[in-house]
Design a protein around this ligand. Sequence first.
Ligand SMILES: Nc1nc2c(ncn2[C@@H]2O[C@H](COP(=O)(O)OP(=O)(O)OP(=O)(O)O)[C@@H](O)[C@H]2O)c(=O)[nH]1
Ligand SMILES: [Mg+2]
Length: 502
Amino acid sequence: MPHSRLPLRLILLGLIAIAVVVVIWLGIGMINGLLEFRERLLDLPALVRVPLIALVAAACAGLAWLAWKLLRPTRRSARAGGKPLVADRQTIETRVADLAARNADVASLEQELIELDRRRLSGECHVAVFGEISTGKSSLIRSLASAAAPEVDVLGGTTRWVRHYRGSLPDGRELMLADMPGTGEVAGSQREQLARDEALRAHAVIYVVASDLTRAQDAELRWLADFGKPLILALNKLDQFDEAARATLLDAFADRYAGVCRAIVGISAGGSERFDRRLPDGRIEQVTRERRADVDDLLDALMAVTAGGAATLEAGRQAAVLAHVDQRSQHLARDVAEREAEATVVRYTRRAVIGAMAAVAPGSDIIIQGALGTAMVRELARIHDVPVRELDVEHLLARLGLTLRNATAIVLAIAGNALKAFPGLGTLGGGVLHAIAYGLAFDSLGRAIAQTLAAHARLDQAEAESAMRKLLTEPSRERVERVTRVVIDSLRNRNAPAAGDD
Ligand SMILES: Nc1nc2c(ncn2[C@@H]2O[C@H](COP(=O)(O)OP(=O)(O)OP(=O)(O)O)[C@@H](O)[C@H]2O)c(=O)[nH]1
Ligand SMILES: [Mg+2]
């Protein structure tokens, strides 16, 4: 309603008018003050005036510097920028040794570190030729390293392994060129991995494309750039484009990848073509002819990128390989921790069930027993390398105990259902039912805690509670059966309960 708002607007207008008058008044006062200050300054003897001006100037500069420090946009961290934070070699080696001691398969990680040193000592400059299948990588190697002849075919997926060829630049320097399997081949993920690993091992990478980059190629190129790899983007099969199309593509590349690649060039790697020739007698003969290669721009770019030799590119190469080994060893560490956590949960569930069979009276509440629960949480925390305080463990177990108490009826019902699958066991009395329920409770507790430790590297009480509730009330068939089997086994071994444990 416009009428009721009028006084409010008038008040607002009045306030704005007052504010404007105050600002103008303050401004005039300040200008006045400055003019007065200037006059007084001029009246002062030079001996006082000059240091005073210097002091004021220094104060202003100091203020400006402080303002810049406080207000400038913060630099993005390496991780936020997409670049991985890399552990140093010592840390990585310690992690790999620890994983080896925990029976993890670290052979390829160790091999990578050995190869890293071997190439450093060899002093050779490695250049990897990388790109999707059939973009002309092998043909390019043949043009750059004419003495060698990598296999070339019209069928994609010709190159199956990484092969090295010695090539030489027009300035006489030698390069070790790696011909690699192409990426993007259906069911070729293993070969693709081979190629990516080799690209990271090289001092520089020629990224070969034969058309505009697909989304996957774009992501791959940027992935390599994120490792700090010096990249040359080479548009091959230039002979297939007319002058205008070449210029359009190369301009588009320059716009998109100027900050990603050291150089962008157009080339014709050559390759060969087959055609039919009619002979004088009328027969048709198949002829294979080599295409003319033109890789001059690429050679110039290669000379520029590798101008300082392997030594100047070695630090970047080491960083890229170490970053990759770091990532891989972290993944492996997570897998190993998961495997060990699983075994721990199974072991403690077994102990809990055996304890329950011996001690728990039918019908009594299912409560997580302190000693076993604490020991399991401690062990899971150790596996995930998370320091935990006694108090936190107690608090968590008390909280989860409460969750369990609320879910007891459901867990007992699930245990009862499980018993039906093993006719005969039901007659053994409530103790069996109780032991299965107890085992399920322990199994859920262990899994919930392992999950939160793996996800957050700390004991997240709320998350552990919700995970436990879910696991308790919706146990998978496989889990219920496994716990029930443990109960059956312990029934069989009742006279020797310790046997088979651990
Ligand atoms: N028109 C034209 N065709 C080329 C050129 N370079 C290579 N080719 C052809 O492209 C096809 C694939 O060449 P390769 O050198 O085997 O390609 P690749 O990238 O090594 O292939 P994979 O090893 O299978 O990934 C062959 O038919 C070559 O003759 C070129 O500059 N122009
Ligand atoms: Mg090839």
